[in-house]
Design a binder for this molecule. Structure first.
Ligand code: FAD
Length: 477
């Protein structure tokens, strides 16, 4: 078959595969080189702990993927992708049994937060979630460019400038404050820093539009479907094929790296312009995740009844405690009560359980490169809001930050979002430029979650980088 040029993609995560599919759709001959034994990166799943129990190794909930304009246009359902929604998106329990409860429906969420906070929740997220599809044309690409929907973007964007803790204090009651703070904490940043509302506002807005679904059969179904489509389009995938030096790269019209900037700097070495090499080497990584997968008989006995029906439970207590925890982790200390994310994907996708035994996905925010064992801190946090949890644990397995990095070199020091989301890196990505996907070496691009719009299994960094690569090809031809 005649191809319209050749492309190499290094790294087969959601972004690498999205880039590969976008290029193959335009007739290019694409080869993906993946270091691990299977593609998927942060979207892989497998049986673990107990026969028949299916665990997500990394990503779990997908408001950004189901709402991704690129993924939605691929008809991945033809390759086995199906979404399933839990009854409740997210619950943030408090001591004493109360909780902030996030539903896909903004009306239901607002009703649960009381009159005053319900009104404020609606004022913040109502219009942006109604306009999310238009808005995503602006927020799911490079952030520094002329917006297509300036009014919608302004309405969405103004609150995101605020520190997460300050925006949480717009609400009067602790359930609403904690609910917002827990989602804002996905940024892995101290909540008193500017722009730490941005990721929380984005996830909540997308969630009110699309919910927080899981992929049936595990998050690996997203990347398996992308890989199947790529092969159907004539693309090739080589696994167990780490690329660590430029000399390993085959000649190609374009090469895209689904890698952390430091790895790109090592591979391209002195081919990179000095200013780009400096920026990539100095790229900052943030705090880490410490993950524990549990097998739990009869599920978690949460005191709050809503938490028993929620896909995600944010375990971190009131706003002040979440904020103090994020601050400590940023300063290199594990707090006694770290912020813990708990996933009960099996509630939406019962095929993941084995009879009465269910898979529970948890991770805590811990300092970058943390070398201790946070298993007990995570267990104690869950037990605090679900007395009797310990007695239901059938088996567990922990993954340290170092093990995360060994699993996927993009997670430097256990940083699972591929880079600190401080104001500069959040807005620009790896370097201050209007062309975040260009490495400065003609034909070479970076497409990982280090680039805009950032982390998530949405594939948009890859799709955007592929467009930049195609524009480059048109220019040189
Ligand atoms: C524990 C955890 C929980 C998460 N939860 C969520 C969630 O609920 N929802 C969500 O949307 N996102 C979540 N994420 C984040 C999400 O998984 C990532 O943002 C996303 O996977 C980034 O995609 P990517 O393609 O940029 O990179 P990655 O997924 O990191 O993929 C990079 C790929 O490149 C390969 N690679 C690395 N180095 C080399 C090399 N030298 N040569 C060849 N191949 C190489 C890796 O093996 C990997 O397959 C989570 C991540 C983790 C770890």
């Amino acid at each position: 078959m005649d191809h319209d040029g050749t492309a190499t993609v290094v790294g087969g995560g959601p972004n690498g595969l999205a880039a590969a599919v976008a290029l193959a759709e335009r007739g290019m001959a694409v080869t993906v080189f993946e270091a691990a034994g299977e593609v998927g990166g942060g979207a892989r799943s497998g049986e673990a702990l107990v026969p028949g129990l299916l665990h997500d190794h990394c990503s779990a909930f997908h408001p950004m993927a189901v709402g991704s304009a690129f993924l939605a246009g691929l008809d991945l359902e033809r390759h086995g992708l199906a979404w399933a929604w839990p009854e409740i998106d997210c619950v943030h329990p408090l001591d004493g049994g109360d909780a902030g409860v996030l539903y896909r429906s903004i009306d239901a969420t607002a009703a649960g937060l009381g009159r005053r906070d319900g009104r404020r929740w609606r004022a913040l997220f109502g219009r942006p979630s109604e306009r999310f599809d238009a808005l995503s044309e602006d927020i799911m690409g490079p952030l520094v460019r002329v917006p297509r929907h300036p009014l919608a973007l302004a309405r969405f964007g103004v609150p995101t400038v605020a520190p997460g803790a300050a925006l949480a204090r717009v609400f009067a009651t602790e359930p609403a404050r904690a609910l917002f703070a827990g989602v804002a904490a996905h940024a892995f940043r101290p909540l008193h820093h500017p722009l730490t509302s941005a990721i929380g506002v984005g996830i909540i807005t997308a969630g009110h539009r699309y919910g927080w679904p899981v992929a049936v059969g595990g998050s690996g179904a997203i990347t398996k479907a992308l890989a199947a489509l790529l092969v159907e389009l004539g693309g090739k995938i080589e696994t167990d094929a780490p690329i660590t030096a430029g000399s390993q790269l085959p000649p190609a019209d374009v090469t895209l790296f689904d890698l952390a900037p430091g790895a790109v700097a090592r591979i391209l070495a002195d081919r990179l312009p000095a200013r780009v090499a400096r920026a990539y080497r100095r790229y900052r990584h943030g705090p880490a995740a410490f993950k524990v997968d549990f097998a739990v008989e009869d599920g978690v006995p949460w005191t709050n009844e809503h938490a028993r029906r929620a896909g995600t439970v944010h375990v971190g207590g009131p706003l002040a405690e979440v904020a103090a925890g994020e601050r400590a982790v940023h300063a290199g200390r594990l707090p006694e009560r770290p912020f813990v994310l708990v996933g009960q994907q099996y509630l939406a996708d019962p095929s993941r359980s084995a009879g009465r035994v269910h898979p529970l996905w948890t991770y805590a925010h811990v300092p970058h490169g943390y070398t201790g064992d946070a298993t007990e801190a995570i267990t104690a946090q869950i037990e605090r809001f679900a007395p009797g949890f310990r007695d239901r644990i059938v088996a567990s397995a922990s993954r340290t930050p170092a093990e995360f990095e060994a699993y996927n070199a993009n997670y430097v020091g256990g940083d699972i979002v591929t880079g600190a989301k401080d104001a500069r890196q959040l807005v620009f990505g790896p370097r201050a430029t209007l062309r975040p996907y260009h490495t400065g070496v003609p034909g070479m691009f970076i497409c990982s979650a280090a680039t805009p719009p950032g982390p998530g299994a949405h594939g948009m960094c890859g799709a955007n980088a592929a467009l930049a690569a195609l524009r480059h090809l048109r220019r040189v031809r």
